[in-house]
Design a protein around this ligand. Sequence first.
Ligand code: PRP
Length: 179
Amino acid sequence: MQPERDVDVLFSEATLAARVRELGAAIACDYSGKDLLLISVLKGSFVFTADLARAISVPLALEFLGLKSYGGEQSSTGVVQITSDLTRPIEGRDVLIVEDIVDTGLTMQYLQKNLATRNPRSLKLCTLLNKPARARVATTIDYLGFTIEDVFVVGYGLDWDERYRNLPYLGVVRQQGEV
Ligand code: PRP
């Protein structure tokens, strides 16, 4: 796919694929013989989850959790609503949250607390992206794809006002006036 005219490529398809393969191999190694359950946080992580799951060579199960965070167009406030909950209990399971990006960390803070009350055997986090410059709370990340600067990223599942999720690469939207 040709890059969109107003989006600069940050990580190409090939770069993403290589990193996802490495993450999948590390997760497969750590979860061998365990009861791995991936929880994909919608909507942003749907592409990452699909690729990551196929890069993990040990048996796993998948669940999806819909979250909506209230705030401005480009930031969250920490007020989070579960729009679509898990379909079954996670008690006793080895849960790995799959997220696209940790920005302020407020969404993860809410979700990790919420899931911990459901008594999983273990609870870890895999996020494709971390943006430490914007962190408002500390987040323990067990598997990380890339650390990024304070730029607004789109593509590979991530949106700007619901647009760009289908881009196969990760990009930065050029602001008006930039060439
Ligand atoms: C994004 C992203 C994370 C959250 C991170 O979701 O997928 O869930 O924001 O932000 P935080 O660390 O500042 O809390 P968004 O609310 O944009 O919804 P979406 O995944 O449906 O696009």
